[in-house]
Ligand binder design. Sequence first.
Ligand SMILES: Nc1ncnc2c1ncn2[C@@H]1O[C@H](COP(=O)(O)OP(=O)(O)OP(=O)(O)O)[C@@H](O)[C@H]1O
Ligand SMILES: [Mg+2]
Length: 360
Amino acid sequence: MPSTQEVHAALKTVSVPELGKDVVSAAAVRNLVISGGAVSFDLVLMIGGDVPEPRVHAIQGACEAAVKALPDVTSVHVKSSVRPPPGGAGTRKVMPHVKHVVAVASGKGGVGKSTTAANLAVALKSLGARVGLLDADIYGPSVPTMFGTSGRPEAAGEKTIHPKQAHGIALMSIGFLVDPDTPMVWRGPMVHGALTQFMEQVEWGELDYVVVDMPPGTGDAQLTLTQKAPLSGAVIVTTPQQVSLVDARKGLKMFEQVNVPVLGIVENMSYFVCGDCDAEHDIFRRGGGKRTAEELKVPFLGEIPLQAGVAVSGGEGLPVVLAAPDSPAAKAFLDLARTVRARLEDQGAQGGLTSMAWQA
Ligand SMILES: Nc1ncnc2c1ncn2[C@@H]1O[C@H](COP(=O)(O)OP(=O)(O)OP(=O)(O)O)[C@@H](O)[C@H]1O
Ligand SMILES: [Mg+2]
């Protein structure tokens, strides 16, 4: 039978960025009962603002997995609840009325994150959802170009601003606030502050999804963001020619570290559809994304073809899902949106979530 110390030591490995510490140090583990191999406890997460249910589910899952890994443990029963931190004042409210925040990320640059994020946002909208798009790439913002929007957002109060709107999507990007010619060196110190403001001081309003276009790589800026944002899940973009397992794994690890579920891997520029003959040509070694997903044991979310119109319409402010909705790439993005929507719904359903508290 495991000891209390052993269970505590296992749970100490589960750190929750919103709490700023692990679940034991944050006094989130209560009423621990060990009876034979059966371990049960309450998980009381004192986090300000609305915490998305899948997020709580992910934290609970990490706790269960940590305890289950102990020898002699036969079952783990956790009852989770979220409470505001004591005092209440100064409680951080991050995007309180947004159901799901979904990051689009990759280990390497230039694989089509921004293109995927923009088209995923538009595709979710065309499925009837209320959608926002947060451009988290401070050094190379793409959203203003891809949506053909520029100019400063309007103030919504003393300390808040309204997102810009285009094609029915709420948009926020550093590109709306900073002159495109501002030297990069000035932007460095702004990264953290800007991202925090995008989440805390933009009036996103009631939305079903906010898609986050992540900057390339898995460095500190990315980690800060994944810690700050109440992410429901992440989509990892890869391309056939750079299906380095190492890169994909780096991306996965980053999200695992902060208990964000990876919804799956999508392969962009997967194959080329010939405009004249409709034949599909595998220019690169198609299928690498699928193999990578299998090896890393995460779902494969589909293939997006390389299509001339994707880059052209993206550069002209009209994502391909709107510019050429019947084209193969647009259909692939719509399929991706349906899959992402279904996976997020599943996540919620698995927890049997009805309110902020439920039983495992
Ligand atoms: N499926 C596609 N078919 C054709 N062109 C594409 C496709 N996906 C992306 N592109 C083009 O490839 C280029 C890189 O794409 P994008 O900017 O979306 O990548 P990214 O991963 O966001 O890059 P960065 O890491 O620099 O942020 C763009 O010019 C884009 O229009
Ligand atoms: Mg980009």
